[in-house]
Design a protein. Structure first.
Length: 117
């Protein structure tokens, strides 16, 4: 089982990526990928091509995208949504999710980060 590779949508603070990398996780931000200003469908398609699960605060749009992918029988590496949270809370919940699921288990999943308290 392999670890989840993350792609942080542009609305997720990039400090999270730095902290996760220090702990050995594979994380890429929208800024680093040159994806700032791209649409949510473009962000998800990029993550799919990269084999990365998306972490975003854009809940409404990604709920729709997850539904569309399921209806069209398209595969993604996972979609993780979260309310805007203080960085320490976001980090703690993200670490719990990363410890609980493998990349294989995350495939085509839609996860609410609030589940990982």
């Amino acid at each position: 089982m392999s670890a989840i590779a993350l792609y942080l949508d542009e609305d997720v603070h990039p400090t999270l990526a730095a902290i996760l990398r220090e702990r050995g996780f594979d994380v890429l931000t929208a800024s680093e990928a040159g994806m700032l200003g791209k649409s949510d469908p473009e962000q998800l398609e990029f993550a799919v091509r990269q084999g990365r699960a998306v972490l975003t605060h854009n809940i409404r749009d990604y709920v729709q995208l997850a539904r569309q992918y399921a209806e069209q029988n398209r595969t993604h590496a996972g979609i993780i949504v979260s309310d805007q949270l203080p960085l320490r809370v976001l980090l703690r919940r993200t670490l719990k999710l990363l410890a609980a699921l493998s990349a294989e288990e995350m495939t085509n999943r839609f996860e609410w980060l609030s589940t990982y308290r």
